[in-house]
Ligand binder design. Structure first.
Ligand code: MLT
Length: 264
């Protein structure tokens, strides 16, 4: 693990392998550890970058907001520091929201896009209110207060029943995070704009992946994004929820590998 100072944040990151740059953006309220199986699978043939968003994992939380635009600013800072001109960007859920923010200013830095279990739309009023309630709860009681609720929504029912290792991995990532980092990201997600108008402008090869049993960003959201992006490929992974890269890493990796192999 390495550390980069960017925008007043100590960003902890991994930079493994050589070849075409492939950057993975993690979900809420997890950390770059969610990508361990992808680092292992892709570092032999790509330059794989993962990092902890500000306030998550081992990255510091600076003063100021954790809006998706701040995440995107940290990402461009990291790419500049690593002298990466263009990368394949893979964002899962909140990582996808940040990828949209990044695309709106830096589309020329994106070689290809992978949107996993995410959505282009902004929060509904109800969704925003739920985030404010959760932020207050985390600030008062810490990450353990949201572990049960979040694990139950992040993982598919079949994973919860039959894959205790995945459940333990997700729980430990949530519990290792700082309350304030989680709370600020909740406010950041609540404030994110509708990225639907951006879809028609996306000109790079795009793969959309979603777990069949995802209740947070269901297949209907993936289909809507796919309909809005010219030439987008859509893959629905059976028997998994919101975190197919953890719940079914071999299938997730197989789909990504196929897409990456077809890139010009
Ligand atoms: C995530 O997985 O990043 C979050 O659950 C997304 C969200 O809450 O909208």
């Amino acid at each position: 693990m390495k550390t980069a100072s960017i925008n007043g944040v100590e960003i902890r990151y991994r930079d493994e392998g050589t070849g075409r740059p492939l950057v993975f953006l993690h979900a809420f309220p997890l950390s770059q550890k969610m990508w361990n199986d992808q680092v292992a699978a892709f570092a032999p043939s790509f330059r794989v970058i993962t990092f902890d968003w500000r306030g998550f994992g081992e990255s510091s939380l600076p003063e100021g907001s954790s809006e998706m635009a701040s995440f995107a600013d940290d990402l461009i800072g990291l790419l500049d520091l690593l002298e990466i001109d263009r990368a394949v960007i893979c964002g899962l859920s909140m990582g996808g929201y940040a990828a949209f923010s990044f695309l709106s200013n830096h589309a020329n830095r994106v070689k290809a896009l992978i949107l996993a279990d995410t959505r282009a739309t902004a929060d509904t009023e109800e969704g925003r209110n739920n985030r404010l309630t959760m932020a207050a709860l985390v600030r008062e009681k810490g990450p353990t207060a949201i572990v049960e609720q979040m694990t139950g929504r992040l993982l598919g029912a079949k994973t919860i029943k039959g894959n205790p290792e995945a459940v333990a991995r997700v729980r430990s990532m949530i519990e290792a995070n700082q309350s304030e980092g989680i709370a600020r990201a909740l406010l950041g997600m609540a404030a994110r704009p509708d990225s639907t108008p951006l879809l028609a402008t996306i000109a790079c090869p795009t793969l959309i992946v979603v777990g069949e049993d995802d209740v947070l960003t269901p297949p209907a959201d993936a289909k809507a994004m796919s309909a809005g992006i010219a030439g987008a490929e859509l893959e629905i992974i059976s028997n998994v929820g919101h975190l197919p890269n953890i719940e079914s890493p071999s299938e997730f990796n197989r789909i990504l590998q196929g897409f990456l192999d077809r890139l010009p």
